[in-house]
Design a protein around this ligand. Sequence first.
Ligand SMILES: [Zn+2]
Length: 233
Amino acid sequence: VKQIRTFSDQRLEINCSYCGEKPDTRDHVPSRILLDEPFPENLPVVPCCSKCNEDFSLDEEYFACALECALRGTTEIEKLKREKVKSILLNKTPLRQRIENSFIIKNGEKLLQIEEDRIRKVIIKLAKGHAKYENSEPRIENPTKIWMKPIIVMEQSEIDEFFAILSHNILPEVGSRALQRLFIDVDSNVVSNWIVVQEGNYQYSVIPNIGLFSVKMLIWDYLAVEVTWEERD
Ligand SMILES: [Zn+2]
């Protein structure tokens, strides 16, 4: 991951990126549970409070395990591919059982009924983390819209739209990484809003537009997510 120093780094960090309280620790965005080892150097980190840090960890574990089991259609350890998920499920039989019990058969297909609240919680957290890292200012309030869909069931036009390179019709906050990336991209003529954290595992894009602020994520080249905040004023 290309690290860009921001001027805003020099400001005093006074808010947890997720709840707005006083931060006393730092958090990786994306969570390392979604990446493979060896981890990329310079993973983005944002200020965070210990309460949020602890609050999210079980849901992140669930998120990674449920996603992997949904992808493979099973909770059988031998049939899973992600080492991290395998070791969590080996050690946490109740979690494995819980996911196993959420599988249903529909039209002859084995499908996982996800615990939507927990998935949404992790998605919002990731989006808030990216928003804070790219745009300096935290987004404490919850987003107005969350959209997610597996790539494999998306129409080509939907995929094209999801990855479309957008022109920023307002400039990101002065001193923010988003603004610096914009300049760098224009200079090198490779205009892309996507930041690849780890090839095949995680990329994201932060799009500050008039009236709308949105964060897109592609997780494991499988789950496409878009989180949107409508600006109130
Ligand atoms: Zn917090």
